[in-house]
Design a protein around this ligand. Structure first.
Ligand code: F6R
Ligand code: MG
Ligand code: MG
Length: 364
């Protein structure tokens, strides 16, 4: 066992090009300059998925450390300045508050942090998605940590056979509950199938109590009971030696699931696994993308990354996603391609109802 280190993944969209598609290189350079020189960090890696900047950082502080969150906030502010100068699209859009007060949570950026004692070898995967929401991790996390058809280790590895604990958050009432898998999988599924409300926050190894996965799930961005923006989510998964193998963690993404997000955060479409290079939503601002970067941790150093979804083994998944995208698009403004009213980020319903209010007649 090594010393305790914390892995913090903090992300924000602070301006993109062209439209909501990509992060301009000058912003990534700015972010790299800000974090790579920081004496607070052991190591860092800056990347992007679609229009989101992702800061992957290691350090010896605990989670929710004010200085680390400040560093991320200052980095996003500095990137916003660059974005404003270049008139990039939506400059500063995820920095919802002008004032930082010690914790970045709830201010716009997404956060996933885990404190671990490094094992003899510590393989981890950071999943990052664009044009979707935190509930998008529910299905893959269930498969990785509770489905024996996905993860053979649950059946044949004695160090995984007891299963995992799932902490689920109710994003609307801001409550949490923990389920034990496999005994309680039916109860667990009752909740996590409702992805817009119940999200898997973290997963623990039952035998050792160790953290196995953590997502950026946080309180919903609600204003007057309506969505004001979906939070493109991130997820950290520890792999191997009693945790799911790397290939078991990647496996669910081979079959693109339907997620909420896509155009105007108001449509349902397939989550397409792609390389960092291919993570630039185009068609109908999508389809939603997910990238997976693998690292070996070494005393907090990030050895890597390996861009997993670059592999040809995911070519078929991309084709399937394109096929599904085509089919879903053919439904135009009809549900279930268009999300139900209460899950849409954009709606003209109140204005249209107001305009037509005198034309509605009571049916007797
Ligand atoms: C979805 C997203 C885009 C925008 C769309 C309209 O998360 O970011 O699909 O919603 O491009 O953007 P505005 O309203 O900025 O013109
Ligand atoms: Mg954007
Ligand atoms: Mg985004």
């Amino acid at each position: 066992m090594g010393k305790k280190i914390t892995l913090s993944v903090i992300k924000a969209d602070v301006g993109s090009y062209v439209g909501h598609s990509n992060v301009y290189p000058a912003l990534l350079e700015k972010a790299r300059g800000m974090v790579s020189g920081s004496p607070l960090l052991i190591d860092s890696y800056v990347t992007h998925v679609g229009d989101d900047i992702n800061l992957i950082m290691t350090h010896e502080f605990e989670r929710n450390n004010g200085e680390i969150h400040q560093l991320a906030w200052d980095t996003f502010l500095a990137c916003t300045e660059v974005a404003k100068k270049l008139k990039l699209y939506g400059a500063g859009q995820d920095l919802l508050s002008d004032a930082f007060s010690g914790n970045i949570k709830g201010l716009g950026p997404g956060v996933a942090e885990m404190t671990i004692e490094e094992r003899r070898s510590e393989p981890i995967i950071v999943f990052m998605a664009d044009k979707t929401e935190p509930g998008a991790w529910n299905l893959p996390l269930y498969k990785i940590f509770a489905d024996p058809f996905n993860t053979s280790g649950l059946v044949i590895d004695p160090s995984m056979h007891e299963g995992f604990l799932f902490e689920v958050r109710d994003l609307i009432e801001n409550k949490k509950v923990t389920f034990s898998a496999p005994e309680e999988i039916y109860d667990l599924l009752v909740f996590i199938g409702t992805r817009g409300r119940y999200c898997i926050k973290s997963i623990f190894h039952k035998q050792t109590g160790e953290i196995a996965a953590i997502s950026s799930t946080q309180k919903l961005n609600l204003l007057a009971g309506r969505y004001v923006g979906k939070d493109d989510p991130v997820l950290i998964v520890r792999c191997q030696s009693g945790m799911p193998a790397v290939g078991e963690a990647l496996e669910p993404f081979a079959n693109p699931q339907l997620v909420s997000g896509w155009m105007r955060g108001s449509h349902c479409g397939p989550l397409m696994p792609v390389s960092v290079e291919q993570s630039t939503p185009t068609r109908f601002d999508g389809p939603p993308r997910v990238i997976a970067l693998g690292f070996q941790l070494c005393e907090g150093k990030l050895i890597g990354p390996q861009d997993f979804f670059k592999d040809v083994a995911f070519d078929q998944a991309r084709q399937t996603a394109n096929f599904i995208a085509n089919y879903m698009r053919s439904q135009g403004p009809f549900e279930p391609h268009r999300l139900p009213e209460n899950e849409m980020e954009y709606t003209t319903m109140p204005q249209v109802i107001k305009k037509l209010k005198d034309r509605f007649e009571k049916v007797r």
